[in-house]
Design a protein around this ligand. Structure first.
Ligand SMILES: Cc1cc2nc3c(=O)[nH]c(=O)nc-3n(C[C@H](O)[C@H](O)[C@H](O)COP(=O)(O)OP(=O)(O)OC[C@H]3O[C@@H](n4cnc5c(N)ncnc54)[C@H](O)[C@@H]3O)c2cc1C
Length: 400
């Protein structure tokens, strides 16, 4: 990693949202880097079979889909590197990422850091993590061959993983706090048809016990108040997720649950910073939506970078006049005609109607607007200027 290098786009997170963004951005010829803190693929890499991603009627293994997306992104030139993002500085045109491996710079950012499993927060959970407590059935399931285990939760992930774990375990308790499951009906049918699974209703885990490894879970029945121990060798926790957005708190606007707010173009509250996938406020958190949002974010990040680069390059040296007009007005069309007739190389005419970001950047309140830059510094500014005034102004300034 070079301190000086400025990427067009850095994507934080190498899950399906990040990889899909990388495919779109690198195919659009943006100099693109994906930064991932763990392993490429995100939660998708930890999923045994994905049955609802279009194009795979027999399902596709999560790791297979990861490899295909990664290969596709790299084929178009995206780089993938490993670093944990610890902070971002986003004030200027160049964004700075502070990471475990040093600083990285880029013109635009896409945050695709996803979510992580919510912890139970009970005694023994932290102590036995990696020694019987797990948040990843695909990673750790095989360690529990012929053992009795517990899965905690009642949503899609808990039910899907409970069924998956019966490939290894001799018995799986599904411990759920309510008297019905939130999971999709199809998944529930599979669960209830599986003789290795016993659902423990209306119950919560109060403690995870053991010596060197997990030996039991204490559960409390919420209706009767009864507390008892179940002898298990492993506990898989699927009680919801929390967004990986802590490092962006105070920089990007988050919703009340900590998800990053964006508009439909995946723009966050900060210019040039986009978000996609499970980490953003959205109604469906799946591989297909993460991939789609990555594509949208990359498309608008590309537009942002091109406008930014074009603009910065054109005003950075000498005296430059920027005329911002609206192409949907007669006057705007007259300006275009007039500018092409004047053939002044140091006059930049920008359609502010189509390039709203540049209008915003130049604080244009009324078309047509004139800004004059001297070596990148704005030295003159006027809004609501008529065509003949612009021409006179250019003549007075000795520009035409
Ligand atoms: C058990 C389980 C089963 C599932 N089954 C299905 C299914 O069958 N079908 C389906 O469509 N969806 C399924 N999903 C949901 C799906 O996996 C997610 O919706 C999808 O992976 C979200 O993609 P993402 O790219 O937004 O985030 P993630 O996949 O979470 O990827 C985010 C990435 O960002 C990285 N990251 C986080 N913080 C940082 C940081 N500070 N610096 C650098 N990198 C960072 C993470 O390490 C991770 O690799 C399942 C999820 C789970 C947990």
């Amino acid at each position: 990693m070079s301190e000086e290098k400025i990427y067009d786009l850095i994507i934080v997170g190498g899950g399906p949202a990040g990889l899909s963004a990388a495919i779109y951005a690198s195919r659009a010829k943006l100099d693109t880097l994906v930064l991932e803190k763990n392993f490429v693929g995100g939660q998708m890499a930890n999923t045994d079979i994905i049955e609802n991603y279009p194009g795979f009627p027999d399902g596709v293994s999560g790791s297979d889909l990861v490899s295909r997306m990664e290969e596709q992104a790299e084929k178009f030139g995206a780089e993938i590197d490993f670093a944990d993002i610890e902070g971002i500085e986003v004030d200027g045109a160049v964004k700075r990422l502070r990471t475990s491996e040093g600083d990285y710079l880029s013109r635009a950012l896409i945050i695709a850091t996803g979510t992580e499993q919510r912890k139970l927060g009970v005694k023994g959970e932290a102590e036995f993590t990696g020694r019987g407590v797990s948040y990843c059935a695909v990673c750790d399931g095989a360690f529990y061959t012929d053992k009795v285990i517990a899965v905690v939760g009642g949503g899609n992930s808990a039910v899907e993983e409970a069924v998956y774990l019966t490939n290894f375990a001799s018995k799986v308790y599904l411990i759920h706090r309510r008297d019905s499951l939130r999971a999709e009906k199809l998944l529930q049918e599979r669960l209830f048809a599986n003789e290795k699974i016993e659902v423990v209703w209306n119950s919560v885990v109060t403690e995870i016990k053991g010596d060197k490894f997990v030996e039991a879970v204490s559960i409390k029945n919420l209706l009767s108040g009864e507390v008892k121990d179940l002898a298990v060798s492993g506990v898989f926790v699927y009680v919801g997720v929390v967004p990986n957005s802590q490092v962006f708190r105070g920089v990007l606007e988050l919703d009340e649950w900590g998800y990053i707010r964006t508009n439909e173009e995946m723009e966050t509250s900060v210019d040039g910073v986009f978000a996609a996938g499970d980490v953003r406020t959205s109604v469906l958190k799946q591989v297909i939506t993460a991939a789609a949002e990555g594509a949208i974010a990359a498309t608008f990040a590309e537009k942002y970078v091109r406008e930014q680069v074009y603009f910065d390059q054109n005003i950075s040296s000498g005296k430059r006049v920027v005329v911002v007009y609206s192409s949907i007005t007669d006057e705007g069309r007259e300006i275009v005609k007039c500018m092409s007739e004047l053939e002044a190389s140091n006059v930049i005419a920008i359609d502010g109607y189509k390039n709203s970001r540049i209008s915003k950047k130049l604080n244009v309140e009324k078309f047509s607007a004139v800004r004059i830059f001297d070596n990148g510094k704005e030295v003159f500014s006027k809004d609501g200027v008529a065509v003949h005034e612009i021409v006179n102004m250019l003549k007075e300034q000795g520009i035409v």
